[in-house]
Design a protein around this ligand. Structure first.
Ligand code: URA
Length: 235
């Protein structure tokens, strides 16, 4: 790929902007030698203003999504892209979230520009476990675990019953729910179906991957080892 296109696709600017950056001598090799737009060099050998390029396509990251942010590019309020370097919003291929978390849900959100990987994670066949920590408005009745595990619970306006889900009760108002599917507002609707209300919701795990000590609002790139951990728990 031509250098102008490669750099523009990483969100550094339009092709016109990047052409101007070449002319201004802002694009160099690691030794500071000015590069030209028709040079043939690899991603790793390019610096912009002395800094290495952002990761090439095939980038996957985890974000600790705080409450109050929407998984959208367009929402007029706070969006998850506000928590990332501004260039990440302009990349091609697009960096998108792997599924969504509600605005009022916090926790582990994966983002990738790799369509095949995204499909592999969300595919119902993968049955990747997602763990949600729920804080409830009412005390648990005691039968919720059996209802959720039954494989027969039908949510309003759905046409098929939910797959069995595992409830782990911490105390009367706190429980972890493990799902292998991802329907719209699923956790909130499941607790509503058993007469309760979710006051706070946090996703703590997807497959074998958790947030570790990543603080709310922060992100980190994932490497091949992280992806092994992600899928490993279900191997
Ligand atoms: N279930 C919900 O209700 N909300 C989420 O954000 C994720 C799962």
């Amino acid at each position: 790929m031509k250098l102008v296109k490669l750099i523009a696709n990483l969100g550094y600017g339009s092709r016109k902007d990047v052409t101007a950056m070449f002319r201004e001598g802002r694009i160099t090799d690691p030794q500071g030698e000015v590069l030209y737009a028709d040079d043939k060099v690899g991603h790793d050998a390019i610096r912009v203003d002395g800094e290495p390029l952002d990761p090439p396509p095939g980038m996957t990251l985890m974000l600790h999504k705080p409450v109050g942010y929407t998984c959208s590019t367009k929402d007029p309020g706070r969006v998850i892209y506000d928590l990332l370097p501004p260039r990440f919003r302009l990349r091609s291929p697009l960096l998108s979230s792997v599924g969504r978390l509600d605005r009022d849900t916090s926790g582990l959100l994966l983002m990738t520009d790799d369509g095949a990987l995204l499909h592999r994670i969300v595919s119902p066949k993968a049955k990747l476990a997602k763990v949600y920590e729920a804080t409830l408005a009412q005390d648990l009745r005691g039968d919720e675990g059996a209802v959720f595990a039954s494989g027969t619970l039908m949510l309003e306006s759905d046409t098929t019953p939910l797959a069995p889900a595992a409830l782990h009760v911490h105390d009367a108002r706190h429980a972890a729910l493990t799902l292998t599917e991802g329907r719209y507002h699923q956790v909130r609707r499941m607790f509503a179906a058993v007469g309760n209300h979710v006051e706070a919701l946090h996703r703590s795990r997807i497959g074998g991957l958790s947030l570790g000590d990543l603080p709310a609002g922060r992100w980190r790139l994932l490497d091949a080892g992280d992806l092994d951990i992600l899928f490993g728990a279900n191997a």
